[in-house]
Write a protein of this length. Structure first.
Length: 336
């Protein structure tokens, strides 16, 4: 579909240029150009991403199916995400932007879920000009430059939301971000109707972090040890563990800084806990990955690969050390 668009795009430019040339030499063609104007506008909307429902629109069924079929082992996160995003996108007048804070062990699907959300809102998914990814480690400043970076980041958020209110910002490795920078983001997450003339209420902010991951693992391990089903784990079991770590951990400046506004309002709408992944989930990831590579999923190959990766705790080998993160590269090694 997009290849076709590229072809059209080239054609469109050609028509534009030739119509300008014709127009310059021959006044009679004005009517033709005017006719092209309406058509041209339609064509333009079709070819180039615009901030309207040609390119942006929420597909609740799509998100639900994606979460059910593509995200493995995250029954709690799936439910929270679907409820949060659907509620927000169906709301005519949200009082604040949607702020999600995704927590969990490496490779459990935090980035992947952000991608699924983007794909079911923006036609171009992560490649959309309205989806912005910010990685703390890549952008984080030395202390000296903090003010500059903060101003830049604020300008960046403001500029993009002015350009398109339905913008999405994903902040990766939030726990590594400088508290000063986090302070800079906070005003945009709040309940303001407008801030310097700009409304942020249609925007979506997603924070990813490993903060609280150990507490989540504890809960999952407790269930495992006492022989209870993983699917019995409920949000409240994790919230208890999370909020304790989130608010009491003095090392985690991120938590203390981002969660509340100056007047103590909670700026995060939903904490989304991601459970550590087990052997069977790694196998599921492996099968999906083989299919994504255009191969016929081979249970024997995937099983072999899944057996060879590292699990913790050391003796029980319950949870994958890196979740599904390295599966793609690993598989190449097992496929001959
Ligand atoms: C929404 O997603 C479903 C499932 O992926 C798909 O079948 C359907 O065509 C989508 N609807 C729109 C309007 O894109
Ligand atoms: C919007 O965000 C991009 C990064 O995704 C940035 O490069 C650009 O400068 C921003 N635009 C505005 C108008 O601030």
């Amino acid at each position: 579909k997009f290849k076709m668009k590229e072809t059209f795009s080239a054609l469109f430019h050609f028509i534009l240029i030739s119509s300008v040339v014709v127009h310059a030499f021959e006044p009679i063609s004005t009517t033709i150009v005017a006719g092209l104007g309406t058509l041209g506008k339609k064509l333009y909307n079709y070819l180039f991403e615009t901030c309207d429902d040609n390119w942006i629109g929420f597909n609740a069924t799509g998100l639900q199916e994606d979460l059910e079929e593509k995200l493995f082992g995250q029954h709690v996160a799936s439910r929270v995400i679907l409820k949060a995003v659907t509620g927000f996108m169906n709301s005519e007048n949200p009082k604040k932007p949607l702020v999600l804070s995704l927590h969990g062990w490496t490779g459990t699907g935090k980035n992947f879920v952000s991608q699924l959300i983007a794909e079911n809102i923006y036609q171009k998914g992560m490649a959309s000009g309205f989806v912005h990814l910010f990685t703390a480690t890549a952008h984080s400043p030395h202390k000296v430059h903090l003010e500059t970076y903060k101003a830049q980041l604020q300008q960046w958020i403001k500029g993009n939301v002015t350009n398109c209110p339905r913008s999405m910002f994903i902040f990766d490795e939030m726990d590594k971000m400088h508290p000063g920078l986090i302070d800079g983001i906070k005003p945009y997450l709040d309940f303001y109707e407008r801030l310097d003339g700009v409304s942020y209420r249609q925007a979506i902010f997603i924070f990813l972090s490993n903060a609280g991951a150990e507490e989540i693992v504890h809960v999952a391990l407790d269930f495992w040890t006492s022989g209870r089903e993983r699917e019995e784990i409920e949000l409240k079991d994790l919230e208890m563990a999370l909020s304790l770590s989130v608010f009491n951990n003095k090392n985690s400046e991120y938590q203390a800084h981002v969660m509340v506004s100056k007047d103590n309002k909670n700026l995060v709408d939903f904490f989304v806990p991601f459970l550590p992944l087990e052997f069977k989930h790694v196998v599921q990831c492996g099968m999906a990955e083989m299919a994504a590579k255009g191969l016929t999923p081979d249970a024997a190959v995937v099983d072999h690969m899944a057996r060879d990766i590292n699990y913790f705790p050391k003796d029980e080998r319950v949870f994958s050390m890196k979740g599904c993160k390295v599966i793609s590269n690993r598989l190449d090694f097992y496929i001959d």
